[in-house]
Design a protein around this ligand. Structure first.
Ligand code: FPP
Length: 258
């Protein structure tokens, strides 16, 4: 509470704007957050995991439909030093164990997208287990993108369709946007409404390339560990001002033909 007795901005419940169902976040800036404090990068990732917990719980309570988080890209997995990747995977393992109770208590359905099969077998089992035990939850979907790349996702979908064409199950003429969309990692993923990126870079970095087509984009300079509920509220306010046209015309008087 503030001195005047009112709640702090960070304590206010999040209000989800009309039409906002699926939000994705590029959690960037953990390393810079740590460097700015003279701390090792690992400390930034640890703080980042606390932000994941804080925002997931607040957004689940707000009634948002889906939150998709870019936790590890195929490029991070391939190109970062082994020690950093191992640390990120150990953070993930701890998250899966520690947050299981929070996920169940908040009726959250846990999902993942990405090339999970390239992970160690024990981690794959832990991921699949949390997906299974939370499968009947009806609250917000929390989807972690792990060893994920948008180009890989589209390539993997093309490969799956090619196999079906080869076996005669699918005719080449039947390949269209709907068919490709139904071969992405999660065919049930709802359309993306808003992609939020922290740490200021103006790029999509191979995240949800197919899904971002008509999504709104919001970039904040805050590093991920500094991004809190008040920051999400600002992103939501910005979303509420947008006029989405999906390639058509807005409902304007001058667009009417009658
Ligand atoms: C980008 O920051 C962040 C990542 C590569 C990893 C994201 C991971 C977390 C937020 C913590 C773990 C998450 C879970 C779900 C347990 P960066 O290191 O690229 O930052 P920089 O650009 O400042 O170096």
């Amino acid at each position: 509470m503030t001195d005047s007795g009112g709640p702090l901005e960070s304590e206010l419940p999040l209000v989800v704007p009309a039409g906002l169902h699926h939000v994705a976040m590029i959690m960037d800036g953990n390393g810079r957050w740590a460097s700015a404090r003279g701390l090792p990068r690992a400390k930034g990732h640890q703080e980042g995991a606390n932000t994941v917990r804080e925002l997931t719980t607040a957004l689940a309570a707000s009634g948002l439909g889906q939150l998709t988080l870019y936790a590890l890209s195929v490029e991070n997995h391939k190109r970062r030093p082994r020690t950093e990747v191992d640390f990120l995977l150990s953070l993930l393992r701890r998250f899966l164990a520690k947050e299981r109770a929070t996920i169940m208590a908040n009726d959250i359905r846990f999902k993942t997208i990405g090339r999970i099969d390239e992970f160690p077998p024990k981690l794959i089992r832990e991921i699949r287990e949390l997906e299974e035990i939370s499968a009947d939850n009806r609250g917000m979907i929390l989807c972690l993108a792990l060893n994920y790349g948008g180009q890989s996702e589209i390539a993997d979908a093309a490969k799956a369709i090619a196999a079906k064409v080869k076996s005669g199950e699918v005719s080449p003429d039947a390949i269209d946007e709907d068919l490709l969309g139904s071969h992405l990692y999660d065919p049930d993923m709802p359309p993306l409404d808003l992609m939020i990126r922290t740490a200021g870079e103006m790029r999509v970095s191979n995240f949800l390339l197919w899904q971002v087509s008509y999504s709104e984009i919001y970039v904040t300079d805050s590093f991920w560990p500094d991004f809190h509920i008040a920051g999400v509220a600002r992103a939501f306010e910005s979303y509420a001002q947008r006029r989405r046209r999906f390639g058509g015309l807005e409902n304007r008087v001058d667009a009417r033909t009658d």
